[in-house]
Design a protein around this ligand. Structure first.
Ligand SMILES: Nc1ncnc2c1ncn2[C@@H]1O[C@H](COP(=O)(O)OP(=O)(O)OP(=O)(O)O)[C@@H](O)[C@H]1O
Ligand SMILES: [Mg+2]
Length: 278
């Protein structure tokens, strides 16, 4: 279990975690949601030891961040930060293998290469193994970094907006694989998502952050409500349920478009509807 107790994080004059306490269980997918700039990435960086907390305790089983050497604390983690660019001259296979850097010696073990190839195969990207990573698309890079994080076979897997560049198919490939591995391997998984519907579909536990505070946590079925969404995002929403009984969020536009507005297509005249709307 990963336990955060009375965590306070301040950067410059900003308070990004205010007396925050929660526990994350192994084998569960935990999803953080919350507005831009509210401290989600900062929280992940703090758990990883990139940012030092002002006070509080971060513990995994009997180990604590403050009492362990940072390098051995980090061995617990597979961590995929937000927005990483792969501007290096390495092949996809080499980048995935970097996930096992601690285990690599001068000679590459065949079994490690097989593991890396199998990780790529499982997410449908084996055909990219020999491609250079600096020539991949944004979504392909994101999937490769996911494979790298999995290669670490971590105790704690942290992913910061892992599907932000992915198409619908790969969003589900990544999240299904994450869910399956989390449950099979007993990982503590923690990821940040902005898409509330993906969060509702995949979170066993949803953590809602606002202004550096954990305002609500629990199963999405129990905690997602129009009131919560209005309070956290200032957006009006309706919640229905999909065929699995999972909450489905539909946001409602503040000023709906005027109905009946016709756009006339004409080569010589600007379209009347558009001119009216300007
Ligand atoms: N090293 C830093 N020094 C000072 N302020 C920082 C630093 N890193 C982040 N911040 C500020 O802290 C706030 C929270 O940033 P953070 O990246 O944690 O937000 P976030 O919730 O992940 O947002 P987003 O959804 O946009 O990714 C922002 O106002 C940001 O500008
Ligand atoms: Mg962020």
């Amino acid at each position: 279990m990963l336990t955060i107790n009375r965590l306070n994080v301040t950067l410059d004059t900003l308070t990004l975690a205010k007396d925050m306490s929660f526990s994350l269980l192994p084998g569960k997918v935990n999803v953080i949601i919350g507005p831009n700039g509210t401290g989600k990435s900062t929280l992940l960086k703090t758990l990883f030891g990139d940012i030092q907390a002002k006070s509080g305790d971060i513990r995994f089983q009997d180990q604590s961040l403050t009492s362990k050497k940072l390098s051995s604390w980090r061995k617990l983690f597979g961590y995929m930060p937000q927005d990483i660019r792969l501007d290096i001259e390495l092949s996809v296979l080499e980048v995935v293998l970097l996930g096992q850097l601690d285990a690599l010696s001068l000679r590459l073990d065949d079994s490690l290469i097989e593991q890396a190839l199998s990780a790529l195969d499982k997410i449908g990207l084996l055909h990219l193994a020999n491609r250079s990573v600096n020539k991949l698309s944004g979504g392909q890079c994101q999937m490769i970094l996911f494979a790298q994080a999995l290669m670490r076979n971590p105790k704690i897997l942290m992913l910061d907006e892992p599907v932000s560049a992915l198409d619908l198919h790969f969003q589900h490939v990544l999240l299904d694989h994450l869910d399956e591995q989390t449950k099979q391997q007993g990982w503590v998984s923690l990821m940040v998502l902005h898409d509330l519907n993906l969060a509702a579909q995949y979170a066993d536990n949803l953590l809602v952050l606002k202004n550096g505070q954990l305002v609500k946590s629990g199963n999405p079925k129990d905690i997602l409500s129009p009131e919560l969404i209005k309070d956290v995002y200032g957006v009006q929403a309706e919640i229905s349920h999909d065929s699995h009984g999972l909450p489905f969020v539909r946001t409602i536009r503040k000023n709906p478009a005027r109905t009946g507005m016709q756009v006339e297509l004409s080569s010589s005249q600007p379209a009347k509807g558009i001119a009216d709307a300007v």
